[in-house]
Design a protein around this ligand. Structure first.
Ligand code: PTJ
Length: 251
């Protein structure tokens, strides 16, 4: 990736760099044009939460790491275009630490994008990427979007699914199937944020490295301690804390 136009001392360098990663992903057919718009919505919320990982988000990151480790190789990390452009390295690292599988799942599904995203993940060390081409042969019930097409060996049979930057419909459908759903969404009011069991209200570019670190730190803890961490987490309360931060952060 060649990003040359942003001076390192620019006050918004990090945010502008993230935009460039998405634009680069768009040019490489990983990201859809709609993904750039979705990121803009995320940026607005990020501005309101102070562009830092809040205390509430840190709690959610811990609960998410515990839930992924608890799932005992039946977890799946669902990857869309934005996630592939922003954090392919961390997705692969998280998969290696937790034993979770990686599956490509797209709202704007095209075969070209599926294979481009698979190749990007493989470039970062992923093996056996699920959900690509004919592998996505199972269907999530009561869901009409292209996101319904999933891998029978992946999301369909998983007990825990991590769905960063998701649409509300699939989050609700996965929860109805009895799966534990984990997400990252900067909008604490979104249907996804409300329907998931663990929502990290944080920017994906900050949440993913923190999640990798937390999973590494918790790996090796006994199942009872991990279960306690997950049980102690209250998503509704956590979202309310994020909203409070947004309201209190003004002026
Ligand atoms: O790659 P595809 O085809 O699967 O399409 C992916 C997009 C993102 C286009 C698709 O899932 C979509 O349209 O998503 P939505 O419904 O716009 O939801 C995206 C949510 O993610 C919104 O609530 C945004 O606030 C939030 N968001 C955007 N960028 C970030 C983010 N949350 C965390 N980190 C971000 N960088």
């Amino acid at each position: 990736m060649t990003i040359t136009t942003i001076p390192a001392d620019h006050p918004r360098a990090k945010s502008l760099h993230t935009r460039e990663m998405l634009v680069d992903g768009f040019k490489r057919n990983l990201v859809v044009a709609e993904g750039l718009i979705a990121h803009g919505r995320g940026e607005a919320f990020d501005y309101l939460i102070g562009e830092r990982t809040s205390a509430a988000a840190k709690k959610a990151i811990r609960a998410a790491a515990a839930a992924l480790l608890l799932s005992n190789k039946k977890a799946v990390l669902s990857v869309n275009g934005n996630a592939a452009a922003l954090c392919p390295k961390e997705i692969v690292e998280l998969s290696k630490i937790t034993g979770a599988a990686i599956e490509v799942n797209l709202f704007y599904r095209t075969e070209e994008r599926e294979y481009a995203i698979k190749a990007e993940l493989e470039k970062h060390g992923a093996r056996n990427v699920l959900g690509v081409g004919p592998r996505a042969s199972a269907k999530i019930p009561e869901l009409s979007s292209e996101r319904r097409r999933v891998d029978p060996d992946g999301i369909f049979s998983a007990d825990t699914v991590f769905v960063p930057l998701e649409d509300g419909d699939r989050t609700e459908a996965l929860a109805r199937m009895g799966k534990t759903v984990i997400t990252v969404d900067l909008n604490p009011l979104s249907r996804t944020a409300k329907a998931a069991h663990v929502t990290m209200v944080d920017n994906l570019v900050r949440a993913m490295p923190a999640l990798v670190q937390e999973a590494q730190a918790l790996k090796g803890k006994d199942a009872k301690s991990l279960e306690r961490m997950v049980r102690a987490f209250d998503n509704k309360k956590n979202l309310a804390q994020s909203l409070k931060k947004i309201r209190g952060g003004a002026l």
